[in-house]
Design a protein around this ligand. Structure first.
Ligand code: ATP
Ligand code: MG
Length: 288
């Protein structure tokens, strides 16, 4: 039994701490990958996270019943930075009736025969719902740029198209949160090693992940451009120090919780005549 009482409401603004400043060039190399925020250590962070998840679930329920607003969570990260773990341990804890995860892989030939937002738009959340994007439309200015899949004249125009698209979603009542999980090259290599050592993770091994490490500088530049060009109040970027998995989970949970609080979803007004329903209930009770 844990006998320490953790402060589950520390005075710490996670959105302010990790939110990318608007219109400013970010230098990813200067942002720490290891951080403990207001927590005294792992146990504190885990207790905070559990508490935040409980509140997220309540607020998600209210948003579902309200059926007006929606939430889109975008996850981007280098390989092994922990998108899957974050979904499993935090975001996937929401009620699946109102929440769905969409992984975006290399586009199919059908997807490639359409504009790059075609497959994305279909996955955006309806009123009351949450969508989680495991990778996203940002791949179309990240891997596509670094790997030279289309020329600069094409990907260069996409930032503005993405901004217009996200504005459209916001206009409809969708809040957008974009997370970049920031890990150090050393921590990434350590996680690659764990995958090699664990037969249940061998299916994840991919020589391409090592190729991407050779292009780390190009990815860093591509991400820095995204943070500068596609970062707005209605669709902000957060850079999450992700070397410590527990801090990654706690800080994302805090940001999602604080955003839900701000959205302030309300249970719908009661249509039924409560006195009449109580009377019917009493009638049925009397028959027992
Ligand atoms: P993990 O971290 O567990 O490896 P993952 O998200 O990397 O998960 P993978 O199946 O390994 O999943 O990789 C998906 C691949 O699809 C990534 O390399 C990504 O860059 C690529 N991809 C996603 N969207 C696009 C796109 N629009 N164009 C080209 N490649 C894309
Ligand atoms: Mg991968």
């Amino acid at each position: 039994m844990q006998d320490t009482t953790w402060d589950l409401n520390p005075k710490f603004d996670f959105r302010d701490e990790h939110g990318v400043r608007r219109g400013k060039k970010v230098s990813l190399a200067k942002i720490p990958t290891e951080f403990e925020g207001p927590f005294s250590g792992k146990e504190h962070g885990v207790a905070f996270k559990e508490n935040a998840i409980d509140e997220i679930r309540d607020l998600q329920y209210q948003m579902f019943t309200e059926a007006k607003q929606s939430l889109l969570i975008v996850l981007q990260a280098p390989d092994a930075a922990g998108k899957d773990g974050l979904i499993r341990k935090v975001l996937g804890q929401m009620n699946p009736q109102g929440c769905r995860t969409y992984p975006f892989k290399v586009p199919s030939s059908e997807e490639l025969a359409h504009d790059f937002l075609w497959r994305i738009h279909k996955a955006t959340p309806a009123a009351g719902k949450v969508s989680i994007f495991n990778r996203s439309h940002y791949e179309d200015v990240l891997v596509v740029r670094v790997e030279d899949i289309v020329p600069k004249s094409v990907w260069g125009q996409r930032y503005e198209i993405i901004n217009d698209f996200e504005k459209l979603l916001a206009h409809r009542g969708t809040r957008i949160l974009k997370f970049y999980l920031h890990i150090s090259p050393a921590e990434q290599l350590e996680r690659f090693k764990k995958r090699l050592d664990d037969p249940t993770k061998h299916w994840k091994l991919n020589a391409g992940d090592y190729e991407a490490r050779l292009k780390a500088d190009l990815y860093r530049e591509a991400y820095e451009d995204v943070f500068e060009k596609c970062n707005f109040r209605h669709a902000p970027w957060y850079i999450i120090p992700a070397d410590k998995k527990w801090y990654r989970d706690a800080s994302v949970a805090a940001i999602v919780r604080d955003t839900f609080r701000e959205m302030n979803p309300q249970l719908p007004p009661v249509d039924a005549d409560l006195d009449e329903i109580r009377r019917l209930y009493q009638r049925e009770l009397g028959k027992q």
